[in-house]
Design a protein around this ligand. Structure first.
Ligand code: SAM
Length: 261
């Protein structure tokens, strides 16, 4: 998988391959990262990449020409789509990233300052993606997020082949809770089922938790999918257990209050 990033801060973006999963994937040749600095495509002595906005107002705007030069240079090496990271774009999610991965490569365009001259965007950009409804200072962190999330989906990038399939959103649900040693952490115990070694029970417990967590925290995810009969049963079990625990806790809190008055 090839990632190209057009950025005024290549040293920042390159950090994404410095460690962890993405670093290993780069070392193994599963991904390639190439950064392109628009400053290298300026024609003036000062290597200017920005200018004041027409119509006045605060801040600076990235000029079209240096970016067009960088884009042309990338396109000589890659046929991938050009995606502008922008707060005005389509919200990034797992299906969006997985679909882009299928195309085999991607070029990210990172804005800075007040943004990029609109004419360059109209002429060159094929999609706009947003991290969410907030504004950050540049597209670099957004590009790094996408590179990390997409690399996790590249076959062989994760230590264990199933890891990505278990992640939240990979099958449209949240992941189940995870536990490790010790068995007892300050009075909170690991669920018994995970210690018994019965893998059918463990799988059912994990699926029940994934369904239940999604029901509790992200009901929109459940609304978007059709549960089969077994999943409906698992979810009903989770809900019954959840309601039971809630009622027992409320009763305990009430009797504690009565004792203290
Ligand atoms: N004036 C612009 C606006 O309000 O739409 C924001 C400019 S922002 C300070 C500078 C750059 O950061 C943008 O050009 C974009 O590349 C990036 N950026 C900011 N917020 C982002 C977000 N939520 N998702 C992706 N990129 C973002």
């Amino acid at each position: 998988m090839r990632f190209d990033v057009i950025t005024l801060f290549p040293q920042l973006v390159e950090q994404v391959t410095a460690s962890g999963v993405v670093g290993r994937a780069a070392d193994q040749g599963l991904i390639e990262l190439h950064c392109w600095n628009p400053r290298d495509y300026t024609r003036d002595r000062h290597r200017r990449v920005d200018d004041r906005p027409y119509g006045g107002g605060p801040g600076m705007v990235m000029m079209a020409e240096p970016l067009a030069g960088a884009i042309a240079a990338v396109r000589r090496q890659s046929a991938a789509r050009l995606i502008y990271l922008s707060p005005q774009g389509e919200r990034i999610d797992q299906p969006l990233l997985a679909a882009e991965l299928e195309r085999g490569g991607v070029t990210f365009l990172c804005g800075r300052y007040e943004g990029i001259d609109e004419r360059l965007l109209q002429a060159e950009v094929e999609a706009e993606w947003s991290l969410g409804d907030y504004v950050i200072s540049g597209g670099e962190l957004a590009a790094m997020v996408c590179i990390d999330a997409m690399t996790r989906l590249v076959p062989g990038a994760l230590g264990h082949a199933d890891s990505a399939q278990q992640d939240s959103f990979s099958d449209g649900l949240l992941d189940c809770p995870q536990y490790t040693r010790p068995e007892d952490y300050r009075g909170r115990r690991v669920p018994r089922v995970l210690l018994d070694g019965n893998h059918r029970e463990i799988d059912a417990w994990r699926e029940r938790q994934a369904l239940g967590r999604s029901w509790l925290r992200r009901p929109d995810l459940l609304a978007e999918r059709q549960l089969d009969q077994r999943q409906q049963q698992l979810l009903q079990e989770f809900i019954a257990e959840y309601e039971d625990t809630r009622q027992r806790r409320a009763a305990a809190a009430e009797s504690e209050q009565e004792d203290s008055t």
